[in-house]
Design a protein around this ligand. Structure first.
Ligand code: AMP
Length: 283
């Protein structure tokens, strides 16, 4: 494929991919909700690094992964800007289904995920979120027939949920992870950062700083629970309303009482004004 193509329906997607498939080579999928930033674009490049011949990006603000009262309607949308960025990043095809195209009348099946999806992290605050994510991701895998799919470590719990689902349902796709892309001051890039007021934007890197402080404390011998409690206090003092900041076994997301648990991951979510920020780091 030379010029970036756009598919709006499953049929258009199938036709665009069929042409490529006869040419051979691996197809990569990069699922997104649009309002693209450097973090998303790094996933396109990661797909190439892993040998993808064709990279398909999807842009779909998936209604089923938003709960009542969440920001579905307010979620930033910029299709023209996104297309330009994807083109510049070297995507071959962008899939932009409408909600009715993804969930036609009579749609009645949901993938129900447990294990890392019930770790008491995002799921405790967004109870239907990961079933919605898993369902749409499974559909995107089926519709693209991608050989590999790239997800960001930024959404660490989501990455573990997708990995678990792919294994459990024998989905023939390789899941690849790409590191979190950050602003110069450490704030993890996110489409939701656009909601922050200038004052909140100034405070926002405190989330990453708190995670780093907890990691430093753990590495210096402080028990994880104590280190996380300290970091939670720091967040509150800085003006955040934290939902959690916790140490977990990286893959299962089981609580890590002990600093010897390996690999260990620190995960946090906190509200700043009307914006909910999440972040995580390896220990
Ligand atoms: P979203 O559009 O927020 O659903 O994100 C789409 C994909 O981009 C997911 O796999 C995210 O984990 C990934 N992503 C979002 N922000 C970043 C970031 N700052 N660095 C790396 N990947 C990211």
């Amino acid at each position: 494929m030379q010029r970036m193509q756009r598919a709006k329906t499953a049929g258009e997607l199938r036709r665009a991919l069929a042409a490529g498939r006869t040419a051979g080579g691996l197809t990569a999928l990069v699922p997104t909700m649009g309002a693209l930033h450097e973090g998303h674009l790094s996933l396109i490049r990661a797909a190439r690094t892993h040998g993808a011949e064709r990279v398909v990006a999807s842009i779909f603000v998936n209604p089923t992964q938003f709960g009542p009262g969440e920001d579905l309607d307010a979620y930033p949308r910029d299709l023209a800007g996104d297309m330009e960025k994807l083109r510049a990043a070297g995507a071959d095809l962008v899939y932009t289904p409408a909600p009715e195209e993804m969930y036609p009348a009579g749609f009645a099946t949901t993938v129900r995920v447990e294990g890392p999806a019930k770790a008491g992290l995002e799921d405790a605050f967004r109870p239907t979120h990961f079933d919605g994510v898993a369902t749409v991701v499974a559909k995107l895998f089926a519709r693209t027939g991608a050989d590999m799919a790239v997800f960001g470590e930024k959404d660490w719990q989501q990455l573990q949920v997708v990995r678990r689902m792919t294994r459990d349902l024998d989905l023939p796709v390789r899941i690849l992870a790409a590191p979190t892309v950050r602003e110069a001051d450490g704030l993890a890039m996110s489409s939701r950062n656009a909601y922050l007021t200038p004052e909140e934007r100034r405070i926002a890197p405190g989330l990453h700083r708190a995670l780093r402080a907890a990691r430093a404390a753990i590495l210096a011998g402080t028990p994880p629970e104590e280190a996380c409690a300290g970091a939670l206090e720091t967040l509150k003092e800085a003006g955040f309303r934290p939902d959690y900041l916790t140490a977990r076994e990286a893959e299962t997301l089981a609580p890590a009482k002990d600093a010897r648990v390996r690999p260990l991951r620190l995960l946090a979510a906190a509200r700043l004004g009307k914006t909910r920020l999440i972040d995580n780091i390896a220990v």
